[in-house]
Ligand binder design. Structure first.
Ligand code: ZN
Ligand code: ZN
Length: 488
């Protein structure tokens, strides 16, 4: 089956078994079914091709291959939407992987707010009604760092024994989105069916895309990134999702210009990473807005020039007016580089707040916990010619942002929204890893609590309740550091 295609498409395009043999696979059929890697007609061509669009189209050529990890039992944090106590560590029997898949023995995985936020705030082991992503049990996670245990025969990007990352957001490099510079929307990732990693003891299937909170994770090749550097797994864990998003907002699409002024709303793992990205880009002024004290302090240690507590202001308008007053120099001489009060505002504004799924157990922005006021503030603060980068998440359809139509239509305000900030995992994450290795980027700053798989709740609570900057799980025990970097 081709996981890029919906079921209805598959039904139309699946071929009868007799047509899948090498001899009977005509060039016309290959082209018709998109099995481009088969051109050449030999097994060697297929095994060396690895065209993402040819996935699952060549089973006859893999006769005799059986994954070594098939049938292996491993422990995973699994949520079962069929019950009310679904999130627990259970044994999973691994399914045979697809020829394009990879098995990774997990050293570290971050408990992203995206997955934590779907659990009940009062009891992490209870699922809120209507929040299930699938109707089958599924293993939790949002990426992982570890050692490649096995690769399918079509995989080229990594090999067994590699130190590697499983990243949120694949980069196939070949689909329409990748070819148009939008790898954050790569079609190897978006809309793909869930990976069914294995079965529970009762035989129920277990889904698990990016399910790093487990001893082993199964991933598509397009999510994989080999790591050729000596950076500890716990520091890389956040780069699989929130840190990459934060750095991407500051450095990739609409990159911050040197000497510019920047405001960052929210200094969690994403906002803190944006602060570090803004510093790396050479911003002259980085103003952080964050209600949690230790997060303001962390931001100040890692590049922020000012940190404001939004609770110190009467309302959003007062906060916006204050920040405008902090930025640049007001001058009555616009012809000499000055700008009037009406034109003041940060050159770049980054929003890393979103809706509140869990009530924090630290300081809280109580005035409006849904993140809507923040979005309004971002728009109000943005000057003509300014750039807004937003990534908020967790809004319900009834939540609306409203602003003056004229300001939106003709205000020269630029906005780029979206998770993962247009990053290309293959291009961008290696350079951030290199910057971590060179101590230009502080990977340790984004490591909060580190917990074993059995103590996963500690990590999730740290993330959900914001008592630490992140919660990292180390499913195969603590690691002192990365293995010797792979050089091949
Ligand atoms: Zn995430
Ligand atoms: Zn792609």
């Amino acid at each position: 089956m081709n996981p890029y295609l919906p079921d209805s498409e598959l039904e139309r395009r699946d071929l009868p078994e007799s047509e899948l043999g090498v001899e009977s696979f005509s060039r016309r059929t290959m082209l018709k079914t998109g099995a481009g890697a088969l051109i050449g007609g030999s097994a060697a061509a297929v095994l060396g091709g690895g065209s993402a669009l040819a996935q699952g189209q060549a089973p006859a050529l893999l006769t005799g291959w059986r994954p070594e990890t098939a049938g292996m039992t491993f422990r995973a944090l699994v949520r079962d939407p069929r019950t009310t106590s679904p999130a627990s560590v259970v044994d999973v029997r691994m399914n045979p992987i697809d020829p394009h898949q990879v098995v990774v023995k997990v050293q570290a995985a971050q408990g992203c707010y995206t997955i934590v936020g779907d659990l009940d705030p009062d009891n992490l082991q209870t699922v809120k009604a209507g929040t299930a992503l699938t109707d089958m049990p599924y293993a939790l996670g949002h990426g992982a760092v570890g050692i490649v245990e096995e690769v399918g025969p079509m995989v080229k990007r990594v090999k067994k024994g590699d130190y590697a990352m499983v990243c949120l957001g694949g980069t196939c490099g070949q689909c329409y989105q990748c070819l148009h510079g939008r790898s954050n929307a790569c079609q190897s990732n978006v809309g793909r069916k869930p990976i069914v990693v294995g079965t529970l003891s009762d035989g129920s299937p277990v889904g698990g895309n990016l399910a790093g909170c487990a001893e082993y994770v199964v991933a598509w090749e397009e999510s994989m990134l080999p790591v050729f550097a000596s950076v500890p797994a716990v520091e890389l864990a956040s780069l699989t999702c929130p840190m990459a998003c934060g750095l991407g907002m500051a450095m990739v699409r609409s990159p911050i210009e040197w000497g510019s002024s920047v405001a960052v709303f929210g200094a969690g793992p994403i906002g803190l990473s944006s602060v570090m990205g803004a510093r790396l880009m050479g911003a002259s002024q980085i103003i952080v807005v964050e209600p949690i004290r230790y997060r303001r302090e962390l931001a100040l240690k890692n590049g922020a020039t000012y940190a404001l507590n939004p609770n110190d202001f009467e309302d959003g308008a007062a906060l916006v007016a204050h920040i405008k007053g902090m930025v640049g120099y007001e001058s009555e001489r616009p012809f000499a580089g000055g700008r009037s009060a009406a034109r003041r505002g940060p050159d770049f504004i980054i929003e890393a707040v979103g809706g509140e799924k869990f009530p924090p157990r630290v300081e809280r922005y109580a005035r409006e916990p849904h993140g809507i006021e923040v979005l309004q503030n971002v728009f109000a603060l943005c000057p003509a010619g300014g750039m807004m980068r937003t990534c908020g998440w967790g809004y319900t359809p009834d939540m609306k942002v409203t602003f003056w139509a004229g300001d939106w239509a003709n205000g020269s305000k630029h906005q780029t929204g979206g998770n993962m900030a247009a990053i290309n995992t293959l291009r961008d994450i290696p350079r951030w890893i290199r910057m971590m290795e060179a101590k230009e980027l502080n990977g340790a700053a984004v490591v909060g609590t580190v917990s074993s798989l059995d103590r996963w709740k500690d990590a999730f609570e740290a993330c959900g309740y914001r008592t630490a900057i992140t919660g990292i799980v180390t499913p195969n025990g603590p690691t002192s550091g990365p293995p010797s970097p792979t050089t091949a």
